[in-house]
Write a protein that binds this ligand. Structure first.
Ligand code: SF4
Length: 310
């Protein structure tokens, strides 16, 4: 039977820090409801050893927070070879770039989001457009010919809708840098911490399945979803548990039952994804729920199976 949280296919992240130097408009950092702190080094080493022993590969070395604020970033990267880091790029000066390029980093995402210097500060609050652009250009030059994937992030929002991938490629002269590409992301519709017109059209589990992630927050607690920024739905704590203990915890079964029953007292963050009460999504969901309830009272599927197996 497939485990509720299958670590062999889950996206695994380790949040080195929940501190950030910016307050971007799509990010819940401004009202983060857990301490803003670096992960203690002993815990980084404990998690790395546990993952190594279990053959678990880390995809992202962050969740909330700006990883470049972590004082031992390059050393941490080397404990999770091939991992990826996403940064707002404000702190990626030449010395920092050289340090992390000498590490085992597999991929870096550089978030500039827009090419419009007037729009930039409305998205990346506290950031400096010219500094970020300069840091990206330096990084592209330093990483040329190295085995690292460089992603430059364009954010799709209303004020950036007219910008194109080709604009970004030309702006950063990417024909010269085969290690780099532009990626597009949208947070506006999915940003359930800040309802927008777009958000109103979303209803349901944005991940498609509630246990696609294994995220170790900077305080050691583990969450099962990348949208659980405040750590409202922890499934364990690697300060005191091993990864195998977390994966076999009864809380996974409890959360799955709560998810199926739409019990948002137990899963308040999931409840946020289901808070839009208009549109067809909610109607379909209620019909599915009704079907489950009817099936419990009148187990049609079981009866049918018995008849077929006779
Ligand atoms: S918070 Fe819950 S409902 Fe929303 S995407 Fe994550 S698992 Fe799905």
């Amino acid at each position: 039977m497939r485990p509720i949280l299958d670590i062999s296919t889950a996206k695994v992240s380790v949040e080195l820090t929940s501190k950030c130097n910016l307050r971007c408009n799509m990010c819940p950092m401004s009202n983060l409801q857990r301490p803003k702190a670096h992960m203690p080094w002993w815990l980084v080493e404990k998690v790395a050893a546990d993952f190594r022993d279990n053959g678990i590969r880390v995809r992202w070395l962050h969740e909330m927070g700006e990883p470049l604020l972590y004082p031992q970033l390059a050393e941490a990267i080397d404990l999770f070879p091939g991992c990826s880091v996403s940064t707002n790029t404000m702190l990626l000066d030449r010395a920092t770039a050289e340090r992390i390029l000498a590490s085992t980093l597999g991929r870096i995402r550089l978030c500039v989001d827009t090419l419009n210097p007037d729009v930039y500060p409305t998205i990346r609050k506290g950031g400096k457009f010219e500094q970020v652009v300069g840091n990206i250009r330096t990084f592209l030059e330093l990483s040329r010919g190295l085995a690292i994937q460089v992603e430059i992030q364009r954010m799709i929002t209303r004020p950036t809708a007219h910008e194109t991938l080709e604009d970004f490629r030309r702006f950063f002269d990417l024909d010269r840098y085969p290690q780099a590409r532009v990626i597009e992301k949208t947070c506006e519709g999915l940003d359930t911490s800040d309802a927008t017109d777009l958000h109103d059209s979303y209803y349901g589990c944005f991940q498609g399945y509630p246990f696609n992630w294994f995220i170790v927050m900077s305080d050691g607690r583990v969450s099962h979803c990348c949208y659980d920024a405040h750590g409202q739905q922890p499934i364990g704590d690697l300060k005191t548990q091993t990864v195998r203990e977390v994966l076999s915890s009864p809380i996974l079964g409890k959360y799955m039952a709560a998810f199926k029953a739409r019990d948002w007292d137990t899963l308040p963050r999931c409840g946020e994804c289901y808070r839009n009460t208009t549109g067809t999504g909610v109607v379909v969901d209620h019909l599915v729920q009704l079907g489950h309830r009817l099936d419990r009272v009148l187990p049609v599927k079981q009866v049918a199976r018995k008849i077929i197996n006779r």
